[in-house]
Design a protein around this ligand. Sequence first.
Ligand code: GTQ
Ligand code: FE2
Length: 373
Amino acid sequence: MATIPDETPVRLRAADAPDQPAVTPALEDLYRGFERELLVPLWTEIGDLMPRRPRSRAVPHLWRWRNLLELAARAGELVPVGRGGERRAIALANPGLGGRPFATPTLWAAIQYLMPGEDAPEHRHTQHAFRFVVEGSGVWTVVNGDPVPMNRGDFLPQAGWNWHAHHNAAAEPMAWIDGLDIPFQYATDAQFFEFGRDQISADEHATPERSRSERLWGHAGLRPIGAPAGTGTPLLRYPWEVTDRALADQLDSGGTVEPGHAAVRCTDPATGGDVLPTVRAEFHRVVRGAETAPVRETGSSVYTVFDGSGTVTVGDTTWTVTRGDLFVVPSWEPFSAKSEAGPSDSDSGSLDLFRFSDAPIFEALRLNRREPR
Ligand code: GTQ
Ligand code: FE2
């Protein structure tokens, strides 16, 4: 039996498959029989279905924040937000995924935009979601009636099936990034969606500095004994001040991933596990001049440059990146980042990256693999 070379094209045609008999009328008739009965022989498909290593249809791709923001602002002027469309969210469509609004085969990433005074109506869905704020403030997301502020650097997880609406209480428009597992759930045929109230109450339009969820669950190492179990992670905001301090303290105290590279993962305070069942969220800080060692992993990630600048390499592609830029790392593509001074010196002096990935899915299914490249 001939071995299939490593770089065999993804789809083998019947007659091209290794060790195939010559094409005779009898063989052609056999293949017509397969077609008629809706049967497909493994030997014509094996290179595509059972590759030697991951071959993502998703490709490395970068979206520039200034372009996203400019288009989102125009959508803010031209396109209303309301029942039906539900959100003024504009998704990143990976050029390898056939025009679907999928950043990776499992992850949705979008820029969402609300004009001053606007409300995005209440709904809930099985898809797990989060918000991440690159710049601005003034929007509160109201989760099960609890208004949660959104400020620069904040990470706001929101597990599936919780009611949520958003309202902009400020005089300025605000943009942020949404991450969801929409493409993954699309493949499961297990999604549900419900419309909530068209208008949330006056109480829920309140603009507290801290949500009820943070007052209960936002104290590291302290679990509220009487707090009722909700659906999914109970802490609804991971404020930037805390994340920033955690990264700075890690660099000072020698517990880094590698020299000059600190990283933290957002966890569910009730379980200690990933913050969402299908989505992992991490912050990485690479100090000026440092570079991360190239690594490849199964599963896909979307990165956002939160602060600073530098270069990032995904597979064979290297980009110079700056605040707000978003890029995709497909499964098994090596990734590394280098922190370098950029055109604007107003940053913190480090390259700060926010990363989200589908790692919890891969770990649950024991499909996770990782190797230095
Ligand atoms: O804010 O509730 O980008 O339901 C996609 C689906 C945002 C949201 C998205 C959603 C939302
Ligand atoms: Fe939603």
